[in-house]
Design a protein around this ligand. Structure first.
Ligand code: DGL
Length: 285
């Protein structure tokens, strides 16, 4: 963490993802912390992050973090597993305020929840290729004396299906079957949705793998944020939650997904240019 600063409850919380996926995290944040102000950035011009190199993902993360720091936030939630897996260390170095990633909280929940010790992980190519979940699960399991087997699988087509709001389309069932059938042979009882876009496909995943507990990383990360805000006495006392949405490009389904996901009337996203984001990114170099 760069030099830490004094923050107060009244400051907003920054949240970012490559696109609509982070809205599934924002839903938990809003419904759990009820009185906070959020600034959400969806880097829709550059989604997906999950097929890009670690260097590119770190470069994008740097820019998103610096953009959010420009709002004088009191904490940042990386509502993207890909950026959390590849660039959490960098984000924490850049930020004088706490940065919450997706991986560790979800890994702990999965270890606590599994009965047979067989855990499945699905995520983007970059997240699965980083082995960040295996490391986090094995480390936590060792600490609590549990024996765990982890089975990981990249499901890159799930991100465009979620971005296109295609969860109920018949073609999605075929893709889900192709990606997920191997988990039945592995006898997993717990599956980590290791990409924040995937809760938008929850019905599809549940019907492909009936009876398996799904871990939503946004829920686990929200608990971690609440603990940090409580411990630092930084809870907002405002009466209503509020959200400012920013995207780096237009997305035809963004508002519809945002509305459905959060269940509250939300403002239209404000589009910022990539140049603006570039400038913010450079200001932190
Ligand atoms: N929603 C993000 C994640 O959790 C990124 C998906 C992508 O852009 O590929 O990994």
């Amino acid at each position: 963490m760069s030099d830490s600063i004094n923050t107060s409850g009244r400051q907003p919380i920054g949240v970012f993802d490559s696109g609509v996926g982070g809205l599934t995290v924002l839903r938990h944040l809003i419904h759990t912390t009820t009185q906070e102000e959020f600034v959400y950035l969806g880097d829709t011009a550059r989604v997906p992050y999950g097929n890009k190199s670690p260097e590119t993902i770190r470069h994008y993360t740097r820019q998103c973090v610096n953009f959010l720091l420009g709002f004088d936030v009191k904490a940042i939630v990386i509502a993207c597993n890909t950026a959390s897996a590849l660039a959490l260390d960098l984000a924490r170095e850049l930020s004088p305020v706490p940065v919450i990633g997706m991986i560790d909280p979800a890994a702990k929940t999965a270890v606590d929840k599994t009965k047979h010790g067989n855990i499945g992980i699905i995520g983007t190519r970059a997240t699965i290729g980083s082995h960040a979940y295996e490391r986090a699960i094995n480390e936590y399991a060792k600490g609590v004396g549990k024996s765990i087997k982890v089975f990981a699988k990249a499901c890159p087509l799930f991100v465009p299906l979620a971005e296109e709001d295609f969860g109920e389309h018949p073609s999605s069932a075929l893709i889900a079957q192709e990606y997920l059938h191997e988990f039945i042979e592995k006898d997993i009882d717990t599956l980590v949705l290791g990409c924040t876009h995937y809760p938008l496909l929850k019905n599809l995943i549940c019907s492909t793998l009936p009876g398996i507990s799904l871990i939503d990383c946004g829920e686990s990360a929200t608990m971690e944020l609440s603990t940090i805000l409580n411990t630092g006495n930084q809870i907002s006392n405002d009466m209503h939650p509020s959200v400012r949405l920013f995207t780096t490009d237009t997305v035809h389904s963004f508002s519809a997904i945002a509305q459905r996901c959060i269940g509250l009337p939300l403002p239209e996203p404000i589009r910022i240019s990539q140049e603006t984001l570039e400038e913010q990114g450079l200001s932190g170099l």
